[in-house]
Design a protein around this ligand. Structure first.
Ligand SMILES: C[S@@+](CC[C@H](N)C(=O)[O-])C[C@H]1O[C@@H](n2cnc3c(N)ncnc32)[C@H](O)[C@@H]1O
Length: 218
């Protein structure tokens, strides 16, 4: 298998069957991921077992993120996935909303080295608290494992520019432990279809068990 990086989406490459982004901060790994040097350029492996968006990419090939996109990320955690978006958004930015103080502190540390990350300590249930600092965005991505995850997503969609894409990572078990995950994904799709165009619903198992990512267009 060739070692040459093959572009698959903006700023994303396939190398020997795995997915990588161009490392914005060469020499630094964020969560223990492998670094790969090819012709003096460093790439970071995007681990699909650590990142739902990474798992989605393996199945879906294309992402709606461009090098100059402004992204609203809800449920940023310690910044594992945010760091890969930071690699992609060389001329854009990512507002990383996180409600818990500990991961927020890690995001703050990450943002010192990666200037396109803007951590926001807030509850995504109350977008009116951050709407003025964020303004309208090109893409929304949400990864919040809460029972009301779909309501949180819908509440934030007014921050998305028209005709742009938003993605939600759906954790079936957080919404209902007894129903089969596929039934839950269908329910979420139906709910979103009431007001938006559903572009795809991608089951991201086996990398992320009982999870799917639903993409909508506003
Ligand atoms: C699955 S983890 C995020 C992992 C991260 N997205 C990644 O891929 O690197 C979910 C995060 O959502 C945060 N969260 C939960 N409820 C939230 C809310 N209402 N507003 C903002 N963040 C929330 C949790 O504190 C947790 O850090």
């Amino acid at each position: 298998m060739t070692e040459e990086p093959i572009p698959v989406s903006h700023g994303v490459f396939k190398i020997q069957g795995n997915i990588y982004t161009l490392n914005l901060v060469p020499g630094k790994s964020v969560y223990g991921e492998e670094l790969f040097l090819y012709k003096d350029v460093e790439y970071r492996r995007w681990d699909p077992r650590r990142s739902k968006l990474g798992a989605f990419l393996i199945k879906e090939k294309d992402l709606p993120f461009r090098y100059d996109s402004v992204v609203l990320y809800l449920g940023a955690g310690d910044g594992t996935t945010v760091s890969h978006l930071s690699d992609i958004l060389t001329h854009g930015k990512v507002f990383a909303v996180e409600v818990a103080k500990k991961p927020y502190r890690n995001l703050l540390e990450l943002s010192k080295k990666r200037k396109n990350i803007f951590p926001v300590l807030a509850d995504a249930r109350n977008p009116e608290n951050y709407k003025d600092i964020i303004g309208k965005v090109d893409v929304i991505y949400q990864d919040i494992a809460q029972r009301d995850q779909v309501e949180i997503f819908l509440k934030n969609l007014f921050l998305l520019e028209e005709e742009r894409f938003a993605l939600i990572a759906v954790k079936a078990r957080s919404m209902d432990v007894s129903s089969p995950p596929k039934e839950m994904y269908r329910k979420v799709e139906k709910r979103l279809e009431e007001r938006h165009e559903v572009i795809s619903c991608v089951d991201i198992s086996p990398w992320q068990k009982d999870h799917a990512i639903v993409v909508i267009k506003r």
